[in-house]
Design a protein around this ligand. Sequence first.
Ligand SMILES: C[S@@+](CC[C@H](N)C(=O)[O-])C[C@H]1O[C@@H](n2cnc3c(N)ncnc32)[C@H](O)[C@@H]1O
Length: 409
Amino acid sequence: MSEFHLVDLTQMTYGGEAMGRLSDGRAVFVPFALAGERVLVQLTEEKRGFARATLMDVVQPSPARIRPRCPHFTQCGGCHYQHMDYDLQLTVKQSILTEQLQRIGGLTDPPIGLMVPSPRAWNYRNTVQFHLTPEGQLGFRATDDRTVIGIQECHLPEEPLLDLWKQIQAEPLPDLERLSLRLGADGEILLVLESLEDTPPAISVEELPVSVVHSGPAGSLVLAGDDHVIMEVLGRPFRVSAGSFFQVNTPMAEAMVKHVLSLLPAERLGTVLDVYCGVGLFSAFLAPRTQNLIGIESAPSACDDFAVNLDEFDNVSLYMGTAEQILPSLQVYPDLIVVDPPRAGLELAALDAILRMNAPTLIYISCDPATLARDTKRLIRGGYRLVQVTPFDLFPQTYHIESISLFQR
Ligand SMILES: C[S@@+](CC[C@H](N)C(=O)[O-])C[C@H]1O[C@@H](n2cnc3c(N)ncnc32)[C@H](O)[C@@H]1O
């Protein structure tokens, strides 16, 4: 068993941890703690240059520490910031984004604007995904990101999802891999049951006021209602099917769309690329400002939704496939490229193809400051200038940081 260490924490770092130094000078990362605290920790992972530790005791708490709302805090891997009030969460995220762009991105003074706060710090998620414990109870991944722990309460989903959760958690669901709920505009809910069998698990769906889809190895089967929900952003409806991505915080999706539009020039654009376009959230608002809009998206269900959501436009085309496959062979010279990749950021083949297209403006929507910083360095080396970064707090109570960056040639 590893010994205990007393550590003074000096800095919050990306990933939900606070950092201090061990007596041998190595950095140590401690979750659920705050900069300014003296803590007792036990090492869980040791490398030559750093270590990770479990928080055993807060010997000298920070005056900023508050009582977490959720009893699962420190066990559940979902939230890392419930011990800070919301204003402090915003400040911490802002400084982490700055630190990442400085240290990984190589920028001395990154042009970061103030973080746009979420209108709701709690109950903001329009979707929730449960994993199942070995006993078939609904749960979330624990802090180790592997084990699933049974969950009795969560304060992040919107209230109608909590009401439905209460109804379905009564009976165990041992044959399920995952269960997700997504709340649409007008209150309809899509319940998706994922299993490794083609036979749908026994769940009494008839009494539930929802659409139900079973997703198995052979594909998806609608058990009740529709195979999608309608989400609404800035008054515009979006069809979102069971397997498609959609932003989880609807008011913040609206704020991001408005921000992207505010970065556009007044005159109509020629060609615009929307890479990682999903069901067409940004494309739908860019299409009226563009002569020719091209979407690229790898998920078939999101492509189907995109086709429906942008059906009214005849200046829009869509490529289904990965950005790294499609971009290198695309012979276009866009005025604007919008990218919104998953956490891994831009694959090198996609980034190189983007540089070759030589677009005067690139808007990079990021959900991971570390890969944003890495890609920023590459984009700057390739001839872009980072003009401004606006962080958006899409995920209160968690360490996740969303941002929109404007690059120009
Ligand atoms: C962060 S989401 C953004 C979607 C959309 N921009 C929005 O805001 O709703 C990323 C999207 O990229 C898609 N995707 C993931 N990897 C991809 C890849 N290598 N090439 C193209 N699309 C990819 C996902 O299916 C998902 O729809």
